[in-house]
Design a protein around this ligand. Structure first.
Ligand code: UN1
Length: 518
């Protein structure tokens, strides 16, 4: 069944001002999932105006009541979990069990923030003067614009939307243009489930450039106070530049070149299982996907033989079947992945499949589940022997491709792990505690896994990166509250006189020359 979807501003469908596009199933591209009327820059601005108008009243709803709204959203998402997961699988091709896990992540996020409505703590702080009290309060930021990618078309948006709403902000959300049906479905679940007044959450369906133009205009008109963006490092730096001009700091969740270090003490089978899941799960299109395995030279041959075998045996194909991964998210990612395949050099050895590139009848993958030509499927590639100045080593290669290189001592492994300049997720397989802590201290990544893969972050730990992976902002758990609130400090002097800070402070009389008698 295909659905008609459009932007929604202040509770009403927005007129179609942009192109009409079809969102298709990447596992079966002849199947239309949704007919989409795109908006243009003015749609974005109108949505920001609606959000601006709705914001004061939403901020006046007591936080515990907003928390109840989040609780109801969680329950309604849970009640619709299977239908939302099916839509995720149909629209972006993520295997169904992973799609169900993604929906679970929304529920986890709601479960965490429903209670935050009754906390959202400020502090009472002692004053340096008598008859005076100091306090801190968290205030909503105002209007938040959220622009998200389609590889996690519902979970990652919820990391922004749920805490932003809980904190008393109103929101303009622009989902990826290749996952609009997932966007519209999550929008409906949040608005209906939460009983949100019109204009508190607004949906804009538009392409990237149009969105950027709309955001630029909305910022110029003072309609947006905070931007949350998940996507590529290149676009993230444009957004950071734009928001910087308005003295705003965006919440940026960008790409990764996530390393996995495999040490001599590692359990190699465990490391291989993790490399398969994080390298090829979601066809390597998570921002936490494994980029390069950095394996100690003494265990390289053993590791690579096992990793090659496991990858050859992995089932690729129809994401509603029992597969390790399905199609690329969208044709545009396939085009880009072709460029990355072009980075493979004659001195690399390519393992993991019987061929490279797109899987077709003429270029088959053993054990493929379904009809490869119906969708956008690619062979998994292990590229062994990558060098530190290779493009394939230095850049995110969004798709089913994992590089492998070797190291001699842990210092070299850490240097190689940090070299590409991203800093999102990282992993080390070791049974030596000293190596664990040396790696944790040396790695530049925001997230470190010990004997676990680079993917699979839980929804209540800080999620975010450094360097090319982000500007240090963190999502999830209590940490994201600092993105969607501003601290306000208040002092209250009830002494009946003007007590000047630093000047009218009682001095005690210390004797610093005092020494104990021997
Ligand atoms: C992303 O790829 O943008 O850690 C988010 C994970 C998921 C979230 C990934 N829980 O792989």
């Amino acid at each position: 069944m295909s659905r008609n979807i459009t932007s929604i501003i202040a509770g009403a469908p927005a007129g179609a001002t942009g192109a009409r596009i079809a969102s298709t199933n990447p596992a079966r591209t002849s199947e239309v999932v949704a007919d989409v009327s795109l908006g243009d820059a003015s749609t974005f601005v109108a949505a920001a105006q609606a959000a601006r108008q709705a914001q004061p009243a939403w901020a006046d709803v007591p936080a515990p009541v907003r928390g109840r709204s989040i609780a109801h959203i969680g329950r309604v998402v849970e009640a619709n979990a299977e239908s939302l997961a099916r839509l995720v699988t149909r629209e972006i091709g993520k295997p169904y069990p992973e799609a169900l896990g993604e929906v679970r992540e929304i529920v986890d996020t709601c479960d965490f923030f429903l209670g935050e409505g009754r906390r959202l703590y400020g502090q009472t702080v002692p004053s340096e003067m008598p008859d005076k009290q100091l306090f801190t309060f968290r205030n909503p930021v105002g209007v938040v614009s959220v622009i998200t990618a389609g590889n996690f078309p519902v979970a990652v948006p919820s990391w922004y939307l749920i805490p932003a709403l809980l904190c008393g902000n109103t929101v303009v959300w622009k989902p990826a243009d290749y996952s609009p049906a997932c966007g519209a479905a999550l929008f409906d679940l949040i608005v209906h489930g939460g009983g949100l007044p019109d204009g508190v959450l607004n949906l804009v369906l538009a392409d990237g450039e149009t969105t950027f133009a709309g955001l630029e205009q909305a910022l110029d008109e003072g309609l947006v106070d905070k931007v949350g963006f998940t996507g590529s490092s290149a676009v993230g730096s444009r957004i950071g530049e734009l928001t910087g001009r308005h003295l705003q700091s965006a919440c940026l969740e960008l790409g990764g070149k996530n390393p996995m270090v495999v040490t001599p003490s590692a359990d190699l089978d465990l490391a291989v299982e993790a490399a398969l899941f994080s390298g090829f799960g979601t066809a390597g299109q998570r921002c936490t996907s494994l980029g390069t395995v950095i394996v100690h030279e003494s265990v390289h041959d053993d590791f690579i033989a096992r990793f090659d075998k496991a990858t050859r045996q992995a089932t690729v194909g129809d994401p509603f079947s029992d597969v390790v991964y399905g199609p690329m998210l969208d044709e545009k990612f396939a085009q880009r992945f072709e460029d990355y395949i072009g980075w493979i050099q004659p001195y690399h050895s390519v393992l993991g499949s019987t061929a490279t590139g797109r899987i077709t009848a003429a270029n088959p993958r053993e054990g493929f589940m379904g009809d490869p030509e119906a969708g956008i499927f690619y062979h998994p590639l292990i590229v062994d022997g990558v060098r530190e100045d290779d493009a394939i080593f230095l850049n995110e290669t969004f798709g089913p491709l994992v590089g492998v290189t070797t190291y001699r001592d842990l210092g070299e492994a850490i240097r190689l792990a940090n070299l590409p300049g991203y800093g999102l997720s990282s992993s080390i397989y070791t049974n030596e505690p000293a190596e664990v802590f040396a790696f944790r201290r040396g790695i530049s990544a925001g997230m470190v896994s010990i004997n676990n893969s680079t993917s699979g972050a839980e929804a209540h730990l800080p999620f975010g990166g450094n360097g090319k992976s982000g500007n240090g902002s963190r999502q999830s758990g209590v940490w994201v509250l600092d993105q969607f609130t501003r601290w306000q400090s208040m002092n209250w002097d009830y002494s009946g006189r003007l007590q000047k800070a630093q000047m009218d402070v009682t001095e005690l009389t210390p004797d610093e020359s005092f020494r104990l008698a021997d």
